[in-house]
Design a protein around this ligand. Structure first.
Ligand code: NDP
Ligand code: PMR
Length: 391
């Protein structure tokens, strides 16, 4: 059952998608210029917006009416939310899980029509997925997504925090709806907010599956590897830039307080992803039984992640990874790997960062000193909570 699959809904959703883009773009400009402090921005965000109303009307209402149908399915299928399932790793994972018939995939995507088309061209069976709107670069959108998901009536089994952006050639930072540097806002803070809200949903008693929260990490955030030593290297420093709100005005747009560097901002955000997974594990695994895990799926050199890189890089990167580093994996293979972390009964260990050898056998990998620093993970958690007013 795809809540938003009906043609009239598609039309409505595309309309609100258009509205949404406009709202975020204009919201971004106004917020960055006029609001001095993040607190002010968040207070501003809490006002009921036109977008929030549009979102509730177009997505939530039909979900309510189909609640009983959803409840019927949930007796046989597990539910997984995958952020950024409209391309690359997220789409390949959605496809691998949907094909089994055992999973209902909630594709949490910022571009509704792109996701719907991607699901169709990946041959995902009708009824095996639902596209729901989520823009991780807007905290209001994250809240709306959680509300919409709850209205679907599906018990949550697994949340996969997969979406990411990478701006390697950008000279100046871009900002989220709340005026936070866009790669850290999307890759780390949006997911941190989403995961904190959905932790409650992962603790339901309706199914007896092993619940999991998976946050996609990467080799390039780990300086104990060759790939992690290619400059600029990840380094969160003492997190002073993050503590200042990453707004590029009163504080640096970089977590460590340094000069903006798009490639470093991405790698720093991946360190945040891996630290966050471990802090979740320390705080909640024993108490809830939820499995918290991260992974490096391999170098998926063909995905949209590199869309903003220079054309020469996009041409040379796949053969370089295929024939020289041998780190290359296809999108399909990477999807199977992440699907394994979602569903394999042998992968229930919590607090693990999974990787795969060249013959595709999974193993528990070592994180770098920084990406496994428990004090830093705690500090990151507390600063992130403060920024999001979650304390
Ligand atoms: P893609 O660009 O193909 O996929 C990223 C997805 O994130 C897209 O669906 C994109 O949506 C979505 N997204 C971006 N911004 C937002 C937002 N604000 N709100 C919601 N969704 C958003 O890249 P990959 O598949 O390569 O990346 C997936 C994950 O894999 C990332 O976490 C990345 O760090 C990780 N990874 C990738 C590696 C690689 O070699 N490619 C290696 C190691 C880790 P849209 O389609 O609308 O753009
Ligand atoms: Mg890297 C075993 C060697 C290895 C692996 C597995 C990767 C993965 N890379 C390796 C080596 C090298 N890379 C070497 C020797 C170089 C210098 C020529 C190199 C360069 C390089 C660049 C310029 N690599 C890159 C970039 C990027 O812009 C990508 C990046 O850092 O994005 C943040 C990238 C990557 N290399 C990888 C992987 C997985 C990436 C993608 C980024 C990610 O998602 O972490």
């Amino acid at each position: 059952m795809a809540v938003c699959n009906a043609p009239q809904l598609t039309a409505m959703c595309s309309t609100f998608n258009g509205l949404h883009t406009e709202k975020v773009a204009s919201g971004c400009a106004t917020n960055v210029q006029s609001s001095a402090f993040l607190g002010t921005r968040l207070a501003h965000m809490k006002q009921t917006s036109m977008l929030a109303r549009a979102n509730q009307v177009s997505v939530a209402a039909p979900a309510e009416t189909k609640k009983s149908e959803a409840s019927k399915k949930t007796s046989t299928q597990s539910t997984v939310i995958i952020t950024g399932a409209s391309s690359g790793l997220g789409l390949a994972t959605a496809q691998a899980l949907a094909r089994t018939g055992e999973w209902h995939v909630i594709m949490a995507c910022r571009d509704f029509l792109k996701a719907e088309r991607a699901a169709k061209s990946a041959g995902m069976p009708k009824g095996s997925y639902t596209v729901m709107h989520l823009d991780l670069a807007s905290l209001e959108s994250v809240k709306q997504f959680v509300d919409n998901f709850r209205r679907s009536g599906r018990p949550l089994d697994v949340l996969v925090c997969n979406a990411a952006v990478y701006f390697p050639t950008e000279k100046q930072p871009r900002f989220s709806a709340e005026g936070i540097e866009l790669s850290v806002a999307t890759n780390h803070l949006g997911h941190f907010y989403l995961a904190r809200l959905l932790l409650e949903d992962l603790q339901h008693k309706k199914t007896d599956t092993n619940r999991r929260l998976i946050i996609v990490g990467s080799i390039t955030g780990n300086t104990n590897t060759l790939a992690g030593n290619i400059p600029p290297k990840a380094n969160l420093g003492d997190l002073r830039g993050l503590a200042g709100g990453l707004n590029g005005v009163q504080s640096s747009a970089m977590i460590d307080g340094g000069e903006f560097d798009g490639a470093k901002a991405y790698k720093d955000s991946k360190v945040c992803n891996m630290l966050t997974m471990q802090e979740f594990h320390r705080r909640y695994h024993k108490q809830t039984g939820i499995t918290f895990a991260s992974l490096y799926p391999g170098c998926i050199a063909t995905t949209g992640l590199f869309r903003e890189h220079i054309p020469l890089f996009r041409t040379l990167f796949p053969p370089f990874q295929k024939y020289i580093t041998k780190g290359y994996v296809s999108e399909e293979e990477s999807g199977k790997r992440l699907a394994q972390v979602v569903s394999d009964p042998k992968m229930t260990k919590s607090g693990v960062y999974w990787s795969w050898s060249n013959d595709s056998n999974s193993f528990e990998n070592q994180l770098s000193e920084e990406a496994s620093d428990a004090d830093k993970a705690l500090k990151l958690w507390e600063i992130s909570e403060k920024l999001l007013e979650l304390e």
